[in-house]
Design a protein around this ligand. Sequence first.
Ligand code: MN
Length: 433
Amino acid sequence: MTVVQTSPDDTLDPALTSWVASANDPAADFPLQNLPFGRFRPAPDAAWRIGVAIGDQVLDLRAAGLLDHDDMNALMALPAAERRALRQRLSRGLRTGAAEQAEWSAALHPMAQVELGLPCRIGDYTDFYTSIHHATTVGRQFRPDNPLLPNYKWVPIGYHGRASSVLPSGQAFHRPCGQTRPPTAPADAPPHVGPSRRLDYELELAIFVGPGNALGEPVPITQAEEHVFGIALFNDWSARDIQGWEYQPLGPFLAKNFASTVSPWVVTLDALAPFRRPFHRPEGDPAPLPYLDSAHNRDHGAIDITLEVWLQTAAMRAAGHAGDRLSTSNYADAYWTLAQLVTHHTVNGCNLQPGDLLGSGTLSGPAPEQGGSLLELSAGGKQPLSLSNGEQRSFLEDGDTVILKGWCERPGLRRIGLGECRAQVLPARTPAA
Ligand code: MN
């Protein structure tokens, strides 16, 4: 695809309106200024197509004549300038009065009538640990006197996750089974195998890699954001009891790789540009090492994205109740920026590829009620949450649905939404004897 940008980027102008009427609702997640990318299919046996969300509709990019293929990973691999040119083309064609309306109308599908899938083929998945508030609260449960390990403020902590079990939003999954042994058990007691009893969610963002880097060629921080395609919502489901028994000395394994859920729409950094914020560390903290520091990262490294976690229990669903909001936090409170994650991940020469997924880590805020997991909100299960219908939760129960939401808002600008990331917990399947 060759698209030449011939006009200045005015795609963020809040005064722009679309001929897709639903996109002009001030509460819409997907106004003309957003234009997130995802994959959809009109029928369960159809091939995946690349779409752009506009209001409550999906524009099929190939049917609209904007692409000659349906390969999202190829689109993600395009240089940033070509991706921006496509965004510009989409913005102009979807504007009120655009000549494209007649042709593109035939390429629209109501979002509610299509299946939304994984945004791309996810080659590799890495999960980070970028919230110092999450790291401190969880660390305190294990080490009350020394909650934060000495490497935290120097090196972005991460581990390699599993891409094969990253699921599209809406796909239910079974409670995992595995080995557990409570920390209170005698040292010679054998572990138990069975369904996890401490199943949790983790409120995260998925950072999708755009163009990759060659093996052996680190990405300098000044170029890191050119390698980011965009951001979606991400739930890193976690079995705390399995994790507590298996994690030493090599870190997360079966406690994490049974399911992770990602939202369908990838919001580009172009759409998020008005919501960038200075990135500052607290007074007295060490400055990032030079390879993880840049003027752009200091001035604009943070992104003001409001995040929410909602829980709908089976009883709530039966009663027609949309669920309770469990917490709210903001991505701007993360301790490491996405540019730092890309640069650190490649400092050793590791090659990222288009469609790779970087999890932000649980995005907890500074206040206790801003914990991005039940592990934090229930103090390790010791203080169950009381729900609005009288139920209580320390950890997730079968039939529970967790919904993540995220959006950017600022006076004078259009709201940029990330949509929703949701999935329901099904009962465990009995493990083989
Ligand atoms: Mn995680």
